[in-house]
Design a protein around this ligand. Structure first.
Ligand SMILES: Cc1cc2nc3c(=O)[nH]c(=O)nc-3n(C[C@H](O)[C@H](O)[C@H](O)COP(=O)(O)OP(=O)(O)OC[C@H]3O[C@@H](n4cnc5c(N)ncnc54)[C@H](O)[C@@H]3O)c2cc1C
Length: 346
């Protein structure tokens, strides 16, 4: 057996996959995870590989890059893909998972591996020896400061990102909603919540003015365009949402046979179908405001929220400048980075 040992910081998607791949090759791993002793502002559970927002890992079709990448990962023996396949929920052509079951499957596999030792608690200093830092976009402040010291005078980057709320299925008023996939592609996996022009405009006006939760240092200009808060998008124009997450195209209301003025889609969030997330509704409105404004969507008038949307500062490195081709720190090759902290998209 190999006597080498690698320390990994963070048992998220990247840290678990890295630990698994090393251990499968006979290399011992010490995996540090600060949950549940210390939680990031977006993580809620004690499990590893917790998905903090969407439960979709995007397309699973071979015709596009993200689907092809998944197939390559499967063929490389990816733990994350194996657990995602085991816990998938129907989502058209996308690979979406039951987030709890997925996290449990990854946690169990990692904890049971004889070559992986899990150490609970926050890491605030970069350990000796070979290290993989996989502490994610919400790396704790103490570790963040240590990482910054690796790159003096180079600027360590961040931007703002938000998560969408989750509601219970039983609280959705299906008199104002129906199951379907856009253009009837695949199975009818989404709940579609119709809005008339009048309802949409009233909703849009309130959304533009609703009260936001204070987030230190946040301005509208520094959000990630691919995951923009719904209220920031709304303020760009009356019709912006109708060409974005509330697009009605390909979603005729079975009651009228016509496309409504706007449609809010809900995607299943667990295997039982008891929880749904509001697609594209990442937000940093105050929680009371989320309930007030989103209840103007007729199907969500009495929605029960199991999680409200939240916004956070995301930390990442300018990898092309700071890391080599193997994601190792230039000049300190014993330290490498994995996962979203390296600047890759989610
Ligand atoms: C608000 C928000 C919304 C997002 N929405 C999406 C989305 O919809 N779709 C998408 O694909 N991606 C999304 N992402 C990105 C998502 O986080 C990544 O896709 C994925 O979780 C990144 O995996 P990772 O392993 O790099 O980091 P994480 O999964 O975040 O794992 C990092 C782990 O490190 C731990 N950790 C942090 N600091 C320390 C420390 N000092 N010591 C020990 N442990 C530590 C954390 O507790 C965590 O468990 C979102 C991120 C945020 C913050």
């Amino acid at each position: 057996m190999n006597t080498k040992n690698v320390t990994i910081i963070g048992a998220g998607l990247a840290g678990c996959e890295a630990a698994w791949q090393l251990a499968q090759r006979g290399i011992g791993v010490t995996l540090h995870e600060m949950k549940p002793h210390k939680m990031t502002p977006a993580h809620h559970s004690a499990g590893f590989a917790e998905l903090v927002c969407s439960n979709s890992l995007r397309s699973d079709q071979l015709e596009n890059a993200v689907g092809l990448l998944k197939e390559e990962l499967r063929r490389c023996g990816s733990l994350i893909l194996r657990c995602a396949d085991q816990t998938r929920v129907e989502a058209g052509g996308a690979l979406a998972v039951d987030r709890e079951a997925f996290s449990q499957a990854v946690t169990q596999a990692v904890r049971e591996h004889p070559l992986i030792t899990v150490v609970e608690g926050e890491v605030t200093e970069i350990p000796q020896g070979e290290v993989i830092i996989a502490s994610g976009p919400l790396t704790s402040e103490g570790l963040s400061e240590e990482i910054a010291k690796l790159f003096p005078n180079t600027g360590y980057l961040n931007f703002y990102d938000a998560a969408a709320p989750i509601v219970t299925f039983e609280s959705v008023d299906m008199d104002h909603a129906w199951f379907a996939s856009r253009y009837d592609r695949g199975t009818a996996d989404y709940i579609n919540c119709a809005m008339s022009q009048e309802e949409y405009l009233a909703f849009w006006r309130e959304l533009c003015q609703a009260e936001e939760a204070p987030v230190h240092g946040f301005e509208d200009g520094r959000v990630f365009e691919g995951c923009m808060p719904v209220e920031v998008m709304a303020r760009r124009g009356e019709q912006t949402l109708c060409f974005g997450p509330l697009k009605p195209k390909g979603l005729p209301d079975p009651k009228t046979g016509k496309e409504p003025y706007a449609v809010v889609q809900l995607r299943r969030d667990n295997a039982q179908g008891t929880l749904y997330n509001i697609v594209g509704f990442q937000t940093h409105l105050k929680w009371g405001e989320q309930k007030r404004v989103f209840s103007m969507i007729p199907a969500l008038a009495h929605a029960e929220y199991v999680r409200y949307g939240v916004m956070h500062r995301n930390t990442y490195l300018d990898s092309p400048r700071l890391l080599d081709a193997y994601y190792r720190v230039r000049g300190q090759e014993r330290i490498c980075f994995a996962g979203q902290i390296s600047g890759v998209e989610g």
